[in-house]
Design a protein around this ligand. Structure first.
Ligand code: ADP
Ligand code: MG
Ligand code: MG
Length: 193
């Protein structure tokens, strides 16, 4: 599927709404295995993205992706800011060569993995990206599939990020970054409707 500027803006605005209305929940998840700020971090990021769209009205996909990356990198601290920031920055770079959604997301995931060093099974956002991307490529992406990928992080032991300090005690809790990435992909599904 081709990613257009229109669909992209719709996607990010839906993601912003979803993060804003689940800000407390995301921070509660992070309080259990981290430092309790994931909802606040993400809400700061997405509101900066919305503000950027409103004030700068990007005229092409690459500018819109760059604006998103800069919002996360400059407004969000912690692990998630640079990681989501890298994801959108890699998409921005790749968008000069392709507008294929799947290829753009693969560039984003490669960036996340390079930046954070996490692989599948480490109980991070990477677990959701790794499972969902192939379903975007083959067109089988569904709400249930996304949910399953998010839920799978519950039984994992964290190997990266703050949650890894808990060792085995991280088992039995959803990873907050996996949940926010689930929101990202659910918003994409809605934007494509
Ligand atoms: P911080 O942990 O610095 O407070 P956040 O709470 O905003 O940052 O984000 C935590 C989320 O970031 C985790 O739930 C996890 O999904 C993700 N994360 C942390 N470290 C990594 C990493 N090295 N690679 C991929 N994702 C990571
Ligand atoms: Mg945190
Ligand atoms: Mg923090």
């Amino acid at each position: 599927m081709q990613l257009t500027l229109d669909v992209y803006e719709k996607w990010l605005r839906l993601f912003a709404k979803k993060v804003e209305s689940n800000k407390l929940y995301l921070s509660e998840l992070d309080a259990a295995i981290g430092d309790g700020d994931h909802g606040n971090n993400m809400a700061r990021g997405v509101s900066a993205v919305e503000e950027g769209f409103n004030l700068k009205t990007p005229q092409d996909l690459t500018s819109a992706l760059k604006l998103t990356a800069m919002a996360f990198i400059s407004k969000v601290g912690g692990a998630s800011g640079p990681l989501y920031g890298t994801a959108f920055l890699e998409m921005a770079k790749a968008s000069s060569k392709t507008d294929d959604l799947s290829e753009l997301l693969e560039a984003a995931l490669a960036g996340i993995k390079k930046r954070g060093g996490a692989t599948a099974g480490d109980k991070t956002m990477v677990d959701v990206w790794e499972k969902v991307l192939p379903t975007i490529k083959d067109g089988s992406i569904s709400e249930d599939g996304i949910e399953e990928a998010v839920e799978a992080t519950k039984d994992m032991q964290a190997k990266k990020g703050r949650a890894s300090y808990l060792g085995e005690r991280s088992i039995g809790h959803l990873d907050p970054g996996a949940v926010s990435s689930g929101y990202l992909f659910n918003s994409l599904l809605k934007a494509e409707e």
